[in-house]
Design a protein around this ligand. Structure first.
Ligand SMILES: Cc1cc2nc3c(=O)[nH]c(=O)nc-3n(C[C@H](O)[C@H](O)[C@H](O)COP(=O)(O)OP(=O)(O)OC[C@H]3O[C@@H](n4cnc5c(N)ncnc54)[C@H](O)[C@@H]3O)c2cc1C
Length: 404
């Protein structure tokens, strides 16, 4: 088990610097253009693949870091460059996380590399849970998976919504209900291989922020996949369903296992946006003069910056702790993963709003990046579990009461 340390070793420092340089040199200069175009930034993804940043090997290297700090640190740097492009590049990791959290080692070996492809043949992955009537409340999921033992195939039907990389992904990881009467305990995760007939993109959504990241509906119409695409395998599923039918305590649920693992990473992205806005407004406050002095010499502005920095550092410490716990198999006894995501998301929204205030009129116009950062920040209180749901998880963990 890795000791918890705030000091990065040489290797970690090197990787983080490499990613920071990419974020600064390639991502940030492209941010405004892809926000305006509201399209997947393929050239930037290609470039990331070319240098090895968008690759299964790189993500595997981050996952393998025994301190657990590398993956979130890298995410913070990329989101510092631009959150929309960072999600376009790291969105596939969510699909990967769905495979790693629920799949057998053979399934991970088969599908994980396909979530990324290779330079010149870039592939994407998507993780499809949410539905029009089942966002926070995944137990209401309507997408059905029906097994045919004769042909050892599953047939999926339903509509997923707000899916990052939905429809443009090569590998879709789909959570579906096998036994609806068991609610979320009757669900399982499936890999839908590339070009499987019946899977199509529905509407693509226009968004407030993270506009370089593709978000769309995924329609599943009689999607037939082999039995081997059930993540974790049939025996394990049958065992889990039997235990749910008998009312035994659930060890884990398919979708929840993925979200738990990814929360510190999502939190780190929010911290990256907040840091970008803080750094920008700090420099601005030193330059901009009113009443004969730089606005940073007005205590109201200086204190704002002090609070911004304090909250950013607190948010980072929370995600670092959660990442370390997750990697070292320490259970989140007080919902520490949720705490990190909750606090980082709300910090990003708050910090970016303060940054707009510090820039005054310049903060509100699109010529400056600050309003974009605020638009980008807002999603972090919504996706991967809203702030309310994170509070629910923490409240349940600390009280032992099933608060709803
Ligand atoms: C840009 C974007 C990308 C996304 N990417 C993905 C993706 O890749 N894959 C995927 O599966 N999903 C994705 N989502 C979906 C996202 O996870 C859901 O939007 C989110 O979980 C909230 O669900 P909902 O929108 O249905 O809100 P609802 O569940 O309808 O919630 C509405 C409001 O009620 C509150 N609320 C709900 N229940 C409670 C409760 N028990 N107590 C207190 N308050 C409550 C919520 O916090 C929220 O404020 C994405 C969404 C967006 C916008």
């Amino acid at each position: 088990m890795g000791d918890f340390s705030l000091e990065f070793n040489e290797d970690q420092l090197q990787v983080v610097k490499w990613v920071h340089d990419f974020a600064e040199g390639v991502v940030r200069p492209a941010a405004s253009e892809w926000d305006e175009r509201e399209e997947t930034p393929w050239p930037v993804i290609e470039e990331a693949a070319k240098v090895g940043l968008y690759s299964f090997d790189f993500v595997a290297q981050c996952f393998a870091d025994p301190t657990g700090q590398l993956l979130p640190a890298v995410n913070e740097e990329m989101a510092w460059g631009d959150a929309g492009i960072a999600l376009a590049i790291f969105g596939s990791t969510l699909g990967l996380a769905g495979i790693v959290a629920n799949g057998t080692p053979e399934q991970v070996g088969e599908w994980a590399p396909q979530c990324f492809g290779s330079p010149g043949d870039v592939r994407l992955a998507a993780f499809c849970v949410s539905e029009p009537d089942a966002g926070s409340d995944v137990s209401q999921m309507k997408t059905r998976a029906v097994y045919d033992p004769a042909s050892d195939t599953w047939t999926l039907n339903g509509t997923k919504t707000w899916i990052t990389n939905g429809g443009i992904a090569d590998v879709h990881v789909v959570v579906a209900s096998v036994e609806p009467e068991l609610g979320s305990r009757g669900q399982a995760s499936f890999v839908v291989p590339p070009s499987t007939p019946g899977l199509s993109q529905g509407q693509k959504f226009k968004k407030m922020g993270i506009r370089a990241s593709h978000t769309a509906e995924v329609v599943l119409e009689d999607v037939r996949i082999p039995g081997s695409c059930l993540l974790g395998g049939k025996d394990k599923l049958d065992e889990r369903l039997a235990s749910a039918r008998e009312g035994r305590q659930a060890k884990r649920q398919a979708a929840m296992a993925t979200f738990e693992a990814s929360r510190p990473t999502v939190a780190a992205q929010a911290v990256g946006i907040a840091r970008a806005a803080y750094e920008y407004s700090l420099e601005y406050a030193k330059e901009r003069k009113t009443f004969g002095k730089p606005i940073i010499e007005h205590q109201a502005i200086a204190f704002k910056l002090a609070d911004m920095k304090t909250r950013i550092d607190a948010a980072r410490l929370l995600y670092q702790r959660a990442a370390w716990m997750g990697t070292n198999g320490k259970p989140y006894v007080a919902g520490e993963g949720s705490m990190s995501k909750l606090f980082a998301g709300e910090t990003a929204v708050w910090v970016t709003e303060q940054a707009i205030q510090i820039l005054g009129g310049y903060g509100y116009i699109r010529e400056y990046p600050v309003e974009r950062w605020h638009r980008d920040a807002k999603i972090y209180t919504i996706f991967e579990g809203t702030s309310e749901i994170q509070r629910l998880i923490v409240a349940r963990a600390i009280s032992g009461v099933h608060i709803q």
